[in-house]
Design a protein around this ligand. Structure first.
Ligand code: ATP
Ligand code: MG
Length: 502
């Protein structure tokens, strides 16, 4: 193909190509980065393919790392400020043979030919190689030539996603490609070509052979895209949900009645889409997706004969389900904990005119200072997902002011002007659960009245408290939980009223 200008490409990336060529090897940019450059998008990462072997690559670059079975060597650019150019991946031309388990090649063989490497790739638009020259054109652009044996460039222009070679065969080799087709096609706004789409629908069961980790990584990219609502609708259309989050399927057609125009599924997708429209974090998007996952199980008939339903405790059921779902997908513990908390707490605060400052402090104590704004954002998504407009700005400002104020007060035992050690010094108590109960009982008092957070007051109170029987003390320490439940009940009453269900 004719020479043309491509870019922008960071100079660090071009210099990786230069270094490989100076050492006598071929070097092509390949995969998502070429696809994105041609489309005028910013690539997520930079990948080269080359006839150099891993040991050659390691030898010719000053800093590299190599820790996988596919021959990919990470070339490190320490100096650069460009996050995406810090590590450039360089992989030898590869041939794959035999996929007896529908997910992994039986053998990975290095090859001398670029064509071998392009032919093993999933989609035509991902199988374009780009040879860059050192000669720079206009800012950040370089002369280059593409190698495009499967018509990827034409498909890019036509906005079509199609497999390289026989679609059935390619999905049978690696079932993950089914999810990739939906994810990549949807995030680019492309049509899936007819034959590819038919094969994909027929082979969806192959996703059952794929490891949860690989599914999680594609699924994460899917919900981090700009169009997660559409992506999940496609997953449903092609019956992929059972292999990702089977519980989501159960939300389809679960009517809610009352103020809800949508079933739980549609409401969930709209909630998630709002989180994406706001460019919010993975945790918030997962919480948006899972916040009502407990509703199908918690739904009860309200007024008999009418389309009225109650969902008491769905956030408690849902939090447990969210934890299980995310654990099965092998998300990191920190993500699971945060999302579970957000789901558990998403029903708090209904009306700023009835919420007290101490109630706000208790919510912060439970969700954690770092998560309180995410909880507010989740509530915004939830509201928009119901089809209602944004919250009244006055009420929202009032909430925010209350949170800001409550955040200045102590909301955890760590923020008390006393600790376990000081309690033991003041009371002569030995280490044990009792000290913890005293601390929590003190926190309860301070949550009600932050002015009590002084050394004098807390020391004096500790001396009184420690004399109480352990049972009584434990009850005091757990007082907060009861109050939270009572507040929870009051909240639910409000919600019932506003949804006109009893
Ligand atoms: P993104 O820009 O979202 O990262 P990508 O296409 O670059 O998308 P990667 O997972 O980074 O996706 O893969 C890089 C390239 O490796 C792909 O473009 C494709 O050529 C090839 N590839 C990745 N996964 C597969 C697969 N399962 N089967 C065949 N080829 C694959
Ligand atoms: Mg990529």
């Amino acid at each position: 193909m004719a020479k043309q200008e491509y870019g922008p490409v960071p100079p660090e990336v071009v210099s990786v190509s230069e270094t490989l060529k100076k050492a006598g090897f071929e070097a092509y940019l390949v995969g998502g980065c070429v696809r994105d450059i041609v489309l005028g998008l910013r690539p997520q990462d930079w990948d080269f393919t080359t006839n150099a072997k891993p040991e050659d690559i390691i030898r010719i670059f000053p800093e590299t790392f190599y820790e996988n079975i596919y021959g990919t060597v990470g070339v490190v650019n320490k100096e650069t400020a460009d996050e995406k150019a810090k590590v450039v991946e360089v992989t030898p031309y590869r041939l794959e043979s035999g996929y007896s388990d529908n997910r992994r090649p039986d053998a990975v063989v290095w090859s001398e030919k670029l064509d071998d490497d392009l032919q093993r790739r999933d989609f035509t638009i991902n199988a374009i190689a780009l040879d860059l020259e050192k000669k720079a054109g206009k800012q950040g652009y370089f002369d280059g030539t593409v190698v495009d044996p499967y018509g990827g460039i034409v498909d890019l222009h036509k906005k079509i996603l199609r497999t390289v070679g026989d679609a059935h065969e390619r999905f049978r080799e690696d079932g993950l490609r089914i999810l990739r087709a939906v994810r990549i096609g949807n995030s680019l706004g492309f049509e899936i070509e007819r034959v590819t789409e038919k094969a994909l629908a027929e082979e969806s069961h192959l996703l059952g052979n794929i490891s949860k980790e690989r599914i999680r990584d594609e699924f994460t990219k899917m919900i981090m895209s700009d169009r997660p609502m559409e992506a999940l609708k496609l997953c449903n259309k092609f019956h992929l949900l059972p292999y990702i989050i089977p519980e989501l399927e159960k939300t389809i057609s679960i009517e809610q009645g009352g103020a809800h125009a949508y079933d739980v599924w549609e409401h969930t997708l709209r909630t998630l889409q709002h989180a994406a429209d706001q460019k919010w974090s993975l945790e918030l998007r997962l919480a948006s997706l899972l916040h009502d996952i407990g509703k199908p199980k918690a739904r009860r008939q309200g007024t008999p004969g009418k389309k009225e339903w109650t969902f008491y405790g769905h956030e408690v059921v849902g939090a447990r389900m969210a934890e299980k779902i995310l654990t099965e997908l092998r998300y990191p513990k920190a993500i699971i904990e945060k999302v579970t908390k957000l789901v558990r707490m998403h029903m708090f605060f209904s009306d700023s005119s009835v919420v007290t400052l101490s109630a706000v402090r208790r919510v912060i104590a439970k969700i954690g200072k770092d998560n309180i704004w995410d909880l507010m954002n989740l509530r915004a998504c939830d509201r928009i997902g119901t089809g209602r407009p944004k919250a009244d700005p006055y009420r929202l400002r009032k909430y925010h002011a209350m949170i800001d104020e409550a955040l200045r007060d102590p909301v955890s035992v760590g923020m008390l002007k006393i600790d376990g050690k000081k309690i033991m010094e003041a009371t002569g108590e030995i280490p044990g659960p009792k000290v913890g109960f005293v601390l929590h009982a003190l926190l309860e008092e301070v949550l009600d009245d932050p002015k009590k957070n002084t050394e004098e007051y807390l020391n004096a109170r500790a001396i009184v408290l420690v004399k109480l029987p352990e049972r009584e003390l434990r009850a005091m320490a757990e007082e907060g939980k009861k109050k939270k439940e009572a507040e929870n009940e009051a909240e639910l009453a409000e919600i019932r009223k506003s949804h006109r269900v009893s």
